[in-house]
Design a protein around this ligand. Structure first.
Ligand code: PHE
Length: 453
C-alpha cells in the first residue's frame, strides 16, 4: 500500500474495509433506533420512504464521502482543506465533528443501557415478569440516575481504550465472526416473534403502508434515520475511507454496506413489531421500545436465557464498533489538525463528550425536568444531530462532489484512475448534482413550513 502515507494506518484487506464500515453502520441505529422511530411514525409508509432515501440519497452520499476521503487521505476536516484550499468547505468537517460530539454523547447512554441488560440477562432478571413489569423495569432503571451513569462511563471508557490501543484490526477480526452470529440470533428472534399469538398485527403495521400517517415531520425523520443508520453526513466515512487502499472498488463496498445495514434494520423490525402487538405494547413508546419488547420474547422461547445473554452481548459489540467510528472522527481531527498525540486527543475528546453525555444519561432521572422545545437533553441532541446536522452535512457533501470537485475527479476516484468501469456514474452525477440536494432542501423547507407539498 505504497500510495498511503506510511505514517497513517490503513486497512489490510477489502474485507477489513467492509467489516469496519459495516461495523460503523450496523449498531444501535438499526436495532434500537430504527424500530422505535418506525413505531413513532406509523409503520409501513415510513418504511417505504426510508428505503427510498437509503437508495436514492444515502448510497450517493456514502460514495461521495468515499471519494472525498480516499482522494485526500485526511480526516473529515483536513480532507476539505486539501481538496479546496483557501475555501470555507472545511466548515463541513467542523460540522461533522460537532455532530460526532452530539451523537457520541447520547449513543453511549443507550449503549450503557445494553450493558445493564447484559447484566440483567446474566442474573436472569427478566424471569417470571409480566409485560407490564418488564416495562417498568426499564423505566425504573432509566430514572435511577446512578446506574445508567455507571454504565455510561464503562462504555465510554471501553470506546476510548479501543481507540488508544489501536486494536481496531483486532476488533475487525472478532466482528467478522460476531456480526454473523448477531444476524443468526436476529433471524431466530424473528421466527419466534412472528409465531407469537397476535403477531400479524405487527407485520401489518410494518409492511402495510398507510400514507395518511405521513407528515412533514415523518419525512424528515425517515431522512434522518437513513443518514444515521448508514453513518453518513458527518465524515465518519470520509475518515474511514482515508485509510482505504487505492485498489478497492468504492462502488461495491458502499453497496454491500448499505444492503447489510438495511437488512439488519428490517430484521430488527420483524423481530420487534409482531411481539409489540402480541404483548400489547404501544408501538410509539419511544426509546425504550426494544429494551421493553425483547425480554418478553426471550421469556417465551426455549433457551431464552442463553439467547438473551448472547443477544445483548452482541448488541454491545455492535454498538462498540459504531462508537469507535464516531470517536475516530473527533480523534483524527484533534491528531491531524491540533497535532495532539493520539492518547491525549482521545482523553480530551472522551472527557468533553462525557460532560454532555452525563446530561443525556440523566434525561429521565435527575435532569428530567430540563427541557428545550419540549424535548429533554437526550432527545434534543438526537433530533438535532440525526435529523438536521447529518442531512445538512450530506447536502453539502454531495454539492461539494457534484459542483466543486467535479466530474473528472469523481470519476477518476470511483474508477480507480480509469481501471474500473463505473456504469452507474451518469446516474450518480445526476443525483449528487441535482436530485439529492433538491430533495434534502425540500424536506427541510417543508419541515420549517416554508413550502407545502
Ligand atoms: N450508524 C450507526 C448505527 O446505526 C450510528 C452512527 C451514526 C455511527 C453516525 C457513525 C456516525 O448504530
Amino acid at each position: 500500500m505504497s500510495e498511503i502515507l506510511n505514517t497513517r494506518d490503513s486497512f489490510g484487506s477489502k474485507f477489513g474495509v467492509i467489516a469496519a464500515t459495516a461495523g460503523s453502520a450496523i449498531g444501535l441505529g438499526n436495532i434500537w433506533r430504527f424500530p422505535y422511530v418506525v413505531g413513532e411514525n406509523g409503520g409501513g409508509a415510513f418504511l417505504i420512504i426510508y428505503l427510498a432515501f437509503v437508495l436514492a440519497i444515502g448510497l450517493p452520499v456514502m460514495l461521495s464521502e468515499f471519494i472525498i476521503g480516499r482522494s485526500s487521505q485526511r480526516n473529515a476536516f483536513g480532507a476539505f482543506k486539501v481538496l479546496a484550499p483557501g475555501k470555507p468547505w472545511y466548515l463541513v468537517g467542523v460540522m461533522g465533528v460537532v455532530a460526532a460530539f452530539m451523537i457520541l454523547s447520547f449513543y453511549t447512554a443507550v449503549a450503557g443501557w445494553t450493558l445493564e441488560y447484559i447484566y440483567q440477562s446474566f442474573a436472569n432478571g427478566f424471569a417470571g415478569k409480566s409485560s407490564a413489569e418488564l416495562s417498568s423495569m426499564f423505566t425504573d432503571f432509566r430514572s435511577e440516575s446512578w446506574r445508567p451513569l455507571l454504565w455510561f462511563f464503562v462504555f465510554m471508557a471501553m470506546t476510548a481504550l479501543v481507540i488508544i490501543a489501536g486494536v481496531k484490526n483486532g476488533i475487525e477480526k472478532y466482528t467478522k465472526i460476531l456480526m454473523p452470529v448477531l444476524l443468526v440470533i436476529l433471524v431466530v428472534l424473528c421466527i419466534r416473534s412472528v409465531t407469537l399469538e397476535g403477531a400479524t398485527g405487527g407485520l401489518e403495521f410494518l409492511f402495510k403502508p398507510d400514507f395518511s400517517k405521513i407528515t412533514a415531520r415523518t419525512v424528515l425523520e425517515a431522512l434522518g434515520q437513513a443518514f444515521f443508520s448508514l453513518s453518513i453526513g458527518m465524515g465518519t466515512l470520509i475518515t474511514y475511507s482515508s485509510y482505504v487502499s487505492k485498489k478497492e472498488t468504492l462502488g461495491s463496498i458502499s453497496f454491500s454496506v448499505a444492503v447489510a445495514d438495511t437488512m439488519i434494520a428490517i430484521l430488527a423490525g420483524v423481530a420487534i413489531f409482531p411481539a409489540v402487538f402480541a404483548f400489547g405494547i404501544e408501538p410509539g413508546s419511544g426509546e425504550g421500545l426494544v429494551y421493553i419488547t425483547l425480554p418478553n420474547i426471550f421469556q417465551q422461547m426455549a433457551g431464552g436465557y442463553v439467547f438473551s445473554l448472547l443477544f445483548f452481548l452482541l448488541l454491545g459489540v455492535a454498538a462498540l464498533t459504531s462508537t469507535i467510528s464516531v470517536l475516530e472522527v473527533i480523534v483524527a481531527y484533534f491528531v491531524e489538525e491540533l497535532k495532539l498525540s493520539r492518547k491525549k486527543a482521545t482523553w480530551l475528546a472522551t472527557g468533553s463528550v462525557s460532560v454532555v453525555g452525563i446530561m443525556c444519561t440523566l434525561s429521565w432521572g435527575a435532569m428530567k425536568n430540563v427541557e428545550l422545545f419540549g424535548m429533554n437533553v437526550f432527545s434534543l441532541l438526537d433530533f438535532i444531530s440525526a435529523n438536521i446536522l447529518l442531512p445538512l452535512g450530506g447536502l453539502l457533501i454531495v454539492v461539494f462532489v457534484g459542483w466543486f470537485l467535479g466530474r473528472n475527479k469523481a470519476k477518476a476516484e470511483l474508477s480507480n484512475e480509469g481501471r474500473l468501469k463505473v456504469v452507474y456514474f451518469p446516474a450518480f452525477m445526476m443525483i449528487v448534482k441535482f436530485i439529492a440536494p433538491i430533495a434534502i432542501a425540500l424536506v427541510f423547507l417543508q419541515q420549517i413550513g416554508l413550502i407545502r407539498l
